[in-house]
Design a protein around this ligand. Structure first.
Ligand SMILES: [Zn+2]
Length: 69
């Protein structure tokens, strides 16, 4: 999924920038617990935070949200 690279902060209206966590350039891996019954849990995606450069508010977005279904 091609997500928008710039977002507007819902708290203060400033521009937010896409960041990444230091532990993994591709983002944090999250899994849908419903996928745990499968041989290997393929219901997963990476998430990355958008952070407001004014107030510091952070929002996380999944790179491939449809993979969690
Ligand atoms: Zn803000």
């Amino acid at each position: 999924m091609d997500i928008q690279q710039e977002r507007i902060c819902i708290k203060c209206g400033n521009q937010m920038i896409k960041c990444y966590v230091a532990d993994g350039f591709k983002g944090l891996l999250v899994k849908n617990p419903e996928g745990d019954g499968l041989f290997s849990n393929k219901k997963n995606t990476n998430i990355n935070p958008f952070i407001c450069t004014n107030c510091g508010f952070a929002e996380w977005y999944a790179e491939d949200p449809e993979k969690l279904k």
